[in-house]
Write a protein that binds this ligand. Structure first.
Ligand SMILES: [Zn+2]
Length: 172
């Protein structure tokens, strides 16, 4: 195997990012699976590379990295009990064949964090919905409510019937 240098790694990353931007949903899914497999097989080497990359960061970048990591860690640890985790696993299995939460597509759907992890969301079952690949990609790190409104899911289906008078004031 050729020797892996940091500079070569950066060049490869830039090239991969460009390719990723123009890839089809199927291609992106295939790549995600391949990437997960790669990480499983090369865990030890990846940790070394990550340390090297971290060593090249500026003090400001390091601080940003540390605090983002700490926030995520605290959130995931404090926010969830063992029961929560179990409920999430059960929920993932139970909803595996559900249609896309945002567009109703019955194509192969994936788990989506309604409030993204990057925006403070958790792995709780109530933060998980199914999303088709196009919705998943279009949503990015947007909040689910915002994305649903963007897609027009927020259009009222009928005019709600309102009481004639404000109940609080009846007889007042
Ligand atoms: Zn969808």
């Amino acid at each position: 195997m050729r020797e892996y240098t940091a500079a070569a790694g950066d060049r490869i990353n830039a090239r991969e990012r460009e390719k990723y931007a123009s890839a089809s949903p199927e291609e992106i899914i295939r790549r995600r699976q391949a990437s997960a497999e790669y990480h499983r097989r090369n865990r030890a080497r990846i940790i070394v590379l990550q340390r090297e990359r971290y060593a090249r960061l500026t003090p400001e970048q390091r601080e940003a990295h540390r605090s983002a990591r700490a926030r995520r860690k605290v959130r995931l640890r404090i926010a969830m009990t063992a029961e929560d985790r179990q409920a999430s696993v059960g929920y993932r299995i139970a909803t595996m064949n559900d249609p896309c939460f945002y567009c109703g597509s019955i194509d192969e759907t994936h788990i989506d964090h309604f409030i993204p992890l990057a925006r403070g969301g958790t792995e709780h079952w109530w933060n998980l919905v199914r999303a088709c690949p196009p919705c998943n990609m279009a949503k990015h790190a947007r909040c689910g409510t915002y994305f649903a409104l963007m897609k027009g899911c927020g259009e009222p289906r009928r005019t709600p019937s309102l009481p004639e008078a404000d109940p609080v004031n009846i007889g007042g």
